[in-house]
Design a protein around this ligand. Structure first.
Ligand SMILES: [Zn+2]
Length: 269
């Protein structure tokens, strides 16, 4: 993967015939106790010093990813818009900085339906984020969750169920990654012999969870399943030399995985 351009809110890469752009919606600060040891006990004063803190909090980048095949663009996740903290909602600026024309985004697919991934469908001023949207994919197991979000009511009937193994296009395939949420899904993007796994919320705190994938996140709906999935996906990426792109890896959140002395290592691209 070759880097094509970068700015404060975007980094674009070439992968085969595709352009994949990391779009930084912003960041969110979270208390240290969201990190849980195996068994469920939260971290506190015993947090390893390798984890950087900002005013005593964990800082999670919030990223979305655009896949451009030259004809149209598939957007994976959409950020928070104005539905959560004001440190997020910068996806429109990121698209503009990356010179991505919003009317070329015809497909939106969600890794899962948590609020920092779905609310960008509607702009802060209430208009549609993507006026020429023709397909909206929501993991089947989370359709009801999506349809309970009042702010996105105009999209409830437009959502199409997404299943593992489904091809969104010739280059994008849905991959099961359940645990963080009941329908949590990754997207395998392939072109020219290269593979990028856009993996959603497999890792929330990269400074700790690559080395110690057994550490869970409070908002993992099923912590045991999320832990198993994290280990399986990390091994899959490391064994196959796939690049990965994460919604909460430090922006731009794209890199390679290898095995470390303990756990795994992440090398940003
Ligand atoms: Zn998330």
């Amino acid at each position: 993967m070759e880097r094509l351009s970068a700015g404060p809110h975007h980094t674009a890469y070439k992968i085969g015939d595709l352009t994949v752009t990391s779009l930084r919606d912003g960041y969110v600060d979270m208390p240290v106790r969201r990190l849980h040891k195996p068994g469920g006990e939260p971290f506190g004063d015993d947090l390893p010093s390798q984890v950087p803190l900002f005013g005593g909090a964990l800082r999670l980048s919030v990223n979305a990813f655009a896949v451009d095949d030259g004809r149209e663009i598939t957007l994976i996740d959409t950020g928070s818009s104005n539905a959560w903290h004001p440190t997020m909602g910068f996806l429109p600026q990121a698209l503009s900085e990356a010179r991505i024309a919003v009317d070329r985004i015809r497909t939106v697919a969600f890794t899962h339906t948590h609020l920092d991934h779905i609310h960008g469908l509607v702009l802060a001023d209430g208009r549609d984020g993507f006026q020429r949207l023709s397909r909206l994919f929501v993991p089947r197991a989370e359709l009801d969750m999506f349809r309970s979000v009042a702010r996105l009511s105009r999209f409830h009937d437009r959502a199409e169920p997404l299943d593992p193994g489904q091809q969104l296009s010739a280059n994008i395939e849905a991959v099961a990654a359940r645990g963080h949420e009941v329908g949590h899904t990754g997207f395998r993007v392939t072109s020219g012999g290269e593979t990028l796994l856009v993996w959603g919320d497999i890792v929330h705190v990269p400074s700790l969870q690559f080395e110690r994938p057994e550490v869970a996140w409070e908002f993992d709906a099923d912590q045991d399943q999320a832990r198993e999935t994290r280990l399986r996906i990390l091994a899959l990426a490391a064994n196959n030399a796939w690049c990965v792109a994460g919604a909460h890896l430090d922006s731009p959140g794209v890199g390679r995985i290898s095995r470390g002395e303990t756990g795994f290592r992440f090398e940003p691209l």
